[in-house]
Ligand binder design. Sequence first.
Ligand code: DGJ
Length: 747
Amino acid sequence: MITHENGVFLLQNPAISLLLRVSPRGLLEQLHFGGSVTLADARAMTSLVGPGWGCGILLEESDSESCPDVRPLAWSGSGRGDYRESPLELAGQSTDLRYAGFRIFDGIAPMESGLPQATGPAETLEIIMEQEGLGLKLYFTLFDTAITRRCVLENTGNSSVTIQKIMSMVMDLPGNYEMTTFDGGWIAEMRKHTLPVQDSRVVNESVTGFSSNRHNPGFLLSEIGATEDAGRVYGFNLVYTGNHYGAAQRSLQGLTRVVQGISPSNFAWELQPGGRFETPEAVMTWSDEGFGGMSRNMHTFVNQHIVPEYWRYHLRPVLYNDWEGCMFDFNQRILLNLAKKAKDLGCELFVLDDGWFGQRNDDKAGLGDYSVNKKKLPSGLKGLADRIRAMGMEFGLWFEPESVNMDSDLYRKHPDWALTDEFAPIQGRHQLLLDLTKPEVRDYIVENVSSILDTAGITYVKWDMNRHSVALGAKAHDYILGLYDVLGRIFKPRPQVLLESCSSGGNRFDLGMLCFGPQIWCSDDTDPIERLTIQGSLSYLYPQSTFGAHVSAAPHAQTLRTTPLTTRGNVSFFGCLGYELDLNHLLPVEEKEIQAQTALYKQYRRCFQFGTFYRLENGWQVTDGDITMACIFSGCRPAAPGYDYLRLKGLKKGKTYHFRSRPQTLRLGQFGSLVKHVAPVNLNPNGIILRTADKHLTLPDGEHTGTATGGALAAGIPMLPAFRGSGYDKQQRTQLDFGSSLYIIEG
Ligand code: DGJ
């Protein structure tokens, strides 16, 4: 609900509230953002507003409250006495926008520039600010677990102005905070870093042209001492795929100024008289249930308001992707053989990745061309897709439409379509970007991708993009608007096509891309131990339904680490499950394990994909109604293991739950000469008997079932003892390094 009373605005629902006040000088103040407050609370809070101290410049000499530098503000100018970070900078001029009116309405304020935004039930407050020659509309939209903010700047004067910086939101929060950001690079996305916010600015920014794997646009502010389950934590994110900027800095008065928007680095946008500029939408949430509570608010928001309507809570298929198994080296026979195997293992969708078109036999050629490589696929895409559908699987396809290789027919015909600056072209992965600011380039992509989707009956698209940009500032923003235009024109008329975006893995894991397709490829690093970090960090800001999570081969291509197949499965369960490895190399015991994995995942898919997510001390938990799935990840095994506990969250204390561990198996071969500990007879570890037995036979491991109250499960119940040189016992966890135990708990 949004209410207005004497220049005070309260946005409030049971989860969150925001309190704004128009000051006597027309500044927009933010008196509260956080837990739910009522109108009566708001009245009391408003009456307690004092003048602030440490005033420098007064907007009105006689009014001690008119010092912009010390007020808690929800908007501010530049060059007019607020010396904290400004949300708006115009070349060569100050800005001093003051309150001029408001509107409250149901729903959202639709974007006019093509930027994506949150949709669904909501209520919006529009605050109108003005100064001579400029109008500003600030939009505050109240959703169930988050509030979004954005603004529109209008040139109401007679001469053009240049926007050098315009943030989507600015706010001042009382208190001391730490800022958590998620940084990294290719195959090392989402490293979590936390810094104290003090008097120097802490910045989270990307200037690669995209939201980037270097610094995810989402960041957190937590009060000092906040934990996973307690303490006040704010979450911020941006519905945008381009360069972004977020920053926090504490003032002498103890207010933390927070801003978020498009990166101002090299940004310069010419706004002609009558022109308007829309910022992307910033998302803000809050919880006093620690990082976990904040994450769950973000998850609900993304699942309900960001991903395309068709895919909201729509179950995702188990897929097989041929990339890590084949790379560029395949033909129709190889693919059909893999498809048959994938189907037998329980996959529902077959995805053909890179290499199906033009002269694309490695990553040096062919990007930009859409003609199917008939040498590899003599019956074309439709022929292949039809055969795969006849096996009972859907067919999906990889595209990288934004890029071009210089060795391609497209580049030879239209070298001017590549995105360049005044210097010689610079390549990334042997490719250039296409200039999506050009309508003819966008039309080329839309026509080609659409016609392939329609003729081959494709129901899934992996939309890849494998380099950073060269475009700066305004051009980078124009590119992103071009990208959104292309995505909208292809996928809005085809809502049932499942779009998974990808950018060298997680180089564009952002809410902008999620508005067009409900899932994103998290990383080219599919080693499950690395994925614990990557998916674990993503879980702060994004729900598990958005994670493309695949089981791949061990030893792993990026780390050379060997991990149990069960753990590879268990990690991928907490996302949209897929398999990406050469299925011809699987042993019979591995095939059986994968069949069991896909069967279990399908049975509990709703819980895995859309259940309420909890980060546990040593694992992850999802709960959907009476069903809970929890996985404990063991890491490196110590020689003398201590007690491990299954400690769950969010269950009903007095209720009784049955729990059971997912049947796990042990391969005989993994014990080498110690096989005598686990097998009834003493076998030569290098002999044919053990080598053959290893392919076909397994031993049950870690069988644990029982009944416990929610209270006991919250306090923690002891797990089965771990192997400690203790021989074989199926009621112990005889796990190797990086083992894991998945529990199914039913109320
Ligand atoms: C990068 C992606 O992240 C991979 O999954 C794969 O699709 C390759 N591109 C293909 O070139």
